[in-house]
Design a protein. Sequence first.
Length: 129
Amino acid sequence: MSLQGEFKAFVMKGNVLDLAVAVVIGTAFGKIISSFVDGIVMPLVSYVLPANIKWEEWVLGKFRIGPVLGATVNFLIIALVVFLVLIKFLGKFMKKEEVPVIPSTKECPACLEQVALKATRCKHCTSQV
């Protein structure tokens, strides 16, 4: 098979296309989450924090811990929003109905071994079931 044919077969695999779609959808969803956090959540957080604190500019010696702290707080807030929206909220709508499991065996009353549901005699002790 030629290089072009192998490449075409690779690109046309279902998992590659699924991954491409997931990246595009994930990027778009990331923008929605970032907008939600920047426009709604962070203004709510600003009510809790004092107005004159500039924690983004904090330093510890020569280490600028403010940007690291800001990125960590942003990550935690975004992770919380994604968890609440995707796992808790949308998870309620996407719950699958549990299909009842129909047993395929029954218990022999004489020897307590499992036998087929349609069996009339136990294959272990040969008693009638």
